[in-house]
Design a binder for this molecule. Structure first.
Ligand code: GLU
Length: 284
């Protein structure tokens, strides 16, 4: 078994990260497998070297060890570009010039109430899909979206194996009807204007490159898994097993966020907590 922990160096690791990292690490160790680390630093406006340094420090303090070298997404932009080019050449992605406001107003048809939300926010209403913008060279500096209908053509359903559970208790062999993806997810962005890639595209390429066989991550990413399986099919990549775990919440039941410095591992360390205390706090 090959597992991984893939933090973004955009803030301190908190209890939720510790839970995810320990879970992935321990399941690899129990299975006699490998535990890998990946730094998800494609968001250059938010990623900071000091957060990355703090991640290594906190994980080592927790007693985790991982293989070297550590993969960093910022080193892999040409790989992401090549994958986009291959999707572009097959007409599976299209350029999108819509602003957030354009999307919101097109998605909020009069008298229809609130626009539908997917894993990435408002479901794209399709405006640029209808423009003839798939011919010619792949544009630079524009958002590129997956044409979900086209990507699902000829398939009967999207399937993956879940060894943890989704937010509604979904577990085992998951089968998602195509309508759930077309209506509930839609044409997600695969390359952001400011990044040249996206979380979805990078995570799929990187998990495959690292040979990850079990993706361990929070339940908040369960819905996004369908996008990842679609991309794996089109990029000729294997689909790993997924293990989505419960989220660590604060006393009010709210899930912890990056800015939740009060629950940062570094704060607990400074207050004298031990790694075993952290394990106990997250219920391990
Ligand atoms: N980088 C993501 C995060 O920190 C995790 C992505 C994943 O595990 O697939 O939330």
């Amino acid at each position: 078994m090959i597992t991984r922990f893939a933090p973004s160096p955009t803030g301190p690791l908190h209890l939720g990260h510790a839970y995810s990292a320990i879970l992935a690490h321990d399941s690899a160790r129990t299975a006699g497998g490998r535990f890998l680390l990946r730094i998800e630093d494609i968001d250059r406006s938010r990623a900071r070297p000091e957060w990355e340094a703090q991640i290594y420090d906190d994980l080592a303090w927790l007693g985790l060890s991982w293989e070297q070298p550590v993969m960093r997404q910022s080193d892999r932009l040409p790989v992401y570009r090549a994958a986009l080019q291959s999707l572009w050449d097959r007409g599976l992605i299209f350029a999108c010039q819509c602003s957030r406001r354009d999307i919101l107003s097109a998605a909020s048809a009069p008298n229809e109430g609130e626009p539908l939300m997917g894993p990435d926010g408002v479901i794209y209403p399709g405006t640029c899909r209808h423009r003839d913008c798939t011919s010619g060279a792949m544009p630079e500096g524009e958002a590129l979206r997956l044409n979900m209908r086209m990507a699902l053509a000829g398939q009967d359903a999207i399937r993956f194996t879940e060894t943890g559970a989704g937010p509604m208790g979904e577990t085992g062999e998951i089968t998602l009807p195509l309508a759930a993806l077309i209506e509930g997810i839609g044409d997600v962005v695969l390359s952001r204007r400011d990044m040249g890639t996206s979380y979805h595209l990078s995570v799929v390429l990187d998990d495959a490159e690292q040979g990850v066989t079990q993706v361990t991550r929070g339940q908040d990413l369960f819905e996004a898994t369908a996008i990842h399986v679609v991309l794996q099919r089109h990029l000729g990549l294997p689909t790993p097993t997924y293990h989505h775990h419960r989220l660590i919440r604060d006393e009010a039941g709210k899930r912890l966020a990056k800015r939740d410095d009060a629950r940062a591992i570094a704060t607990y360390r400074a207050e004298g907590a031990t790694p075993d205390d952290i394990r106990r706090m997250v219920g391990l």
